[in-house]
Write a protein that binds this ligand. Sequence first.
Ligand SMILES: Nc1ncnc2c1ncn2[C@@H]1O[C@H](COP(=O)(O)OP(=O)(O)O)[C@@H](O)[C@H]1O
Ligand SMILES: [Mg+2]
Length: 289
Amino acid sequence: MNTHPGPRFRSLPLGQGTEAPLFAARVVAITSGKGGVGKSNVTAGLAMTLAQQGQRVVVMDANFGLSNLDILLGLSPKYTLEHVLRGEKVLEEILVEGPMGVQILPTGSGLQELTRLDTMSELRLVQGLQRVAETVDWLLIDTAAGIHDSVLKLLLAAQEVILVATPEPTSLVDAYAMVKVLHLREPSKPLWLLVNNAQSAEEARETIDQLQEATERFLGKQLQVLGMVPHDPHILQAVRQQRGVVDLFPGSPAARAFAAIVRQLLGQALLQPDDFAAFWKHPPPGDAP
Ligand SMILES: Nc1ncnc2c1ncn2[C@@H]1O[C@H](COP(=O)(O)OP(=O)(O)O)[C@@H](O)[C@H]1O
Ligand SMILES: [Mg+2]
């Protein structure tokens, strides 16, 4: 019996001028087929831009074993998810305040697998995430790249998925593979496409067209276009200074692109409510019929 059904995640209809409190966060996982395409930078950029707009944002760094969001933002967390899973801390105690009021859930580098947690650890994590998601507007999950069980679990648990791809052919092929796996498991999952690191709008457009054409033709899956972030050396500079580009270079092309993407995200109603407790109930991908 499931004694912890958890809140239903949903977005409220945003009434004109009403300050209707959101009961629960929009849970969005940011992923990619291939590593190094800019997921963490995109996550940080979106988080800060949302925060700028007055949204309460928590970012979960789900790069297990390779924690890097804290480094990217110059934070030195004392406690991480490892402490939560061991029952030494509750989730709220490990949240660190990042730039612009964005809160980060650091993962720590000793945690390898999300799929092999014992029941107590799972419960601590799920209940903690549910509590946190009740108090904020957004829970962004920066996942590791590639199609692993633990990544897939997070993608299936999230209400929406943002797939980051670059114009490189390898990134495109891996992005398609990711769409395919996700589509086979949950065809109705809202899937956003974000093209990062494009040299021009034309190049971004081409990437979008190629991916959309392939997923529609071979999978019957429609990707929703979230937008694009151009190649922008400001991102590299910000990374070197362990700062967010939105914070450090608010007028940069990348920061402006994040603003446009956030407008798109905020204007879009949620297509499908979900329940975070479902997180752990999905069988591993190999068990799919
Ligand atoms: N739009 C961009 N313009 C320039 N450099 C970028 C851009 N996006 C990402 N990068 C660079 O690419 C590298 C990988 O980015 P990162 O966010 O760590 O990728 P991932 O999280 O997907 O592994 C970083 O060095 C980052 O500075
Ligand atoms: Mg990363």
